[in-house]
Design a binder for this molecule. Structure first.
Ligand SMILES: [Zn+2]
Length: 164
């Protein structure tokens, strides 16, 4: 289950990273075109320079996004080639224990006097309790191998917290 969640998480991250990178790329192209608009329509040097700086900054941000989201995770740490790492299995490597507080609410029946002809009635009173609970989290290791130089590496991730 943890592995399925991990893959859904990776897929979801890739989707929204892709959308953000696409928007940034479109903005960069838009700013780049605005440079020409500034040249041909306005003839003012200051607007041209502003658009130039905005385009450069936007291109830089787009590049940083693409690098950290799509290139770096699949770059071989040994030969530094891009799109080199190929996933080759996930294994369980250990457990991590942690302590947390868990609050629970239980109900206690008590009698409450209505001060009327009906006498007393049963009332359910909520009682909140806080307990210290130990949690267990499985630690997984995803193995990768470089398709160019054969270097092996791994990344770790954690599964869901469960009660110990
Ligand atoms: Zn390599």
């Amino acid at each position: 289950m943890d592995k399925i969640k991990y893959f859904i998480n990776v897929l979801w991250n890739n989707i929204w990273h892709f959308i953000v990178a696409l928007i940034m790329a479109f903005l960069t192209i838009f700013f780049f075109l605005m440079i020409f608009v500034a040249i041909f329509e306005d003839h003012s040097m200051s607007e041209f320079l502003v658009m130039l700086v905005v385009t450069a900054v936007s291109a830089l941000i787009t590049w940083l996004f693409i690098n950290s989201w799509f290139l770096k995770p699949y770059r071989c740490p040994s030969c530094l080639r891009n799109f080199a790492l190929k996933g080759c299995g996930i294994e369980e490597v250990g457990n991590e224990q942690s302590i947390g507080n868990e609050t629970s609410t239980s109900y206690v029946n008590t009698k409450a006097d209505t001060n009327t002809v009906f006498g007393s009635v049963d009332v359910r009173v909520p009682v909140t309790q806080t307990n210290t609970v130990a949690y267990n989290q499985k630690v997984y290791q995803r193995n990768y191998v470089c398709r160019f130089c054969g270097e092996e590496c791994y990344k770790t991730f954690k599964g869901d917290k469960t009660r110990a």
